[in-house]
Design a protein around this ligand. Sequence first.
Ligand SMILES: Nc1ncnc2c1ncn2[C@@H]1O[C@H](COP(=O)(O)OP(=O)(O)O)[C@@H](O)[C@H]1O
Ligand SMILES: [Mg+2]
Length: 245
Amino acid sequence: MTKNDKLSPYALDASKLTLRYGDHVVFQNASFHVHQQEIVSITGPNGSGKTTLINAILGEKAIDSGTLEVLGKKPGDANAVLGYVSQNYTENNSEVISVIDMVTLGVNGNRYGLHFTNASEKADAMLALKRVNAVNLAHKRMSTLSGGQRQRVQIAQAIASKPKMLILDEPFANLDIKSTVEIGALLKTIHAKYNITIIIVAHIMEHLRNLVTSQIHIENEVAAYFEDAELMGTHKVQNVEGGGK
Ligand SMILES: Nc1ncnc2c1ncn2[C@@H]1O[C@H](COP(=O)(O)OP(=O)(O)O)[C@@H](O)[C@H]1O
Ligand SMILES: [Mg+2]
């Protein structure tokens, strides 16, 4: 690969990455390379720094030291090719917006406010709904959907712009077991169909073991990367450069 080649083999490339809020160290000295087309989980207890790492990937949280590249670019610069489902979106149950309009926001770049969608944007949105088996929901209001249905629609919105990487922050947090298994299977299908990188934040590895190809586990100021399936979920933090207590 030459210096001018813009294609990076890595979805995420972190070197001695440290993230802090003021004096509070979230994690320090983390080095990991996540290859493109992996399905990687980011695990760790509540408050360990999973969402903070996602915010750094999106360019919304400043990097305190070290480096982080996202698809070979500075964090934030790759956002146009990222699909993102945020944590806690289900808390807003009063949304009167329709499903199809919600997904269309993903096609036309989340331009909220007055925007007249054209026919091709609507067609892309319908295609995304088809991909998540939710065409029948198109004309329902978001506020009337179950947790599993909302998650499908959020995923449709995130893939509607055909991203290179899909990021989901705690996608299973508010789902029952049945919906969790269904959404897991859906993510596997999307991965197989589009060959994209998928990052799944989850506080436990349960339900993820058969889905992910690698894991970043954050705990006690250490973000450790495991490629070896046998190590995943055991929470052994070793072979990590620096960092930690
Ligand atoms: N904007 C912020 N300012 C200060 N501290 C924050 C902020 N966001 C998160 N934190 C703190 O950083 C730590 C990691 O938070 P977070 O990344 O949300 O954890 P997780 O997603 O793993 O539950 C927590 O101690 C949290 O209180
Ligand atoms: Mg979080």
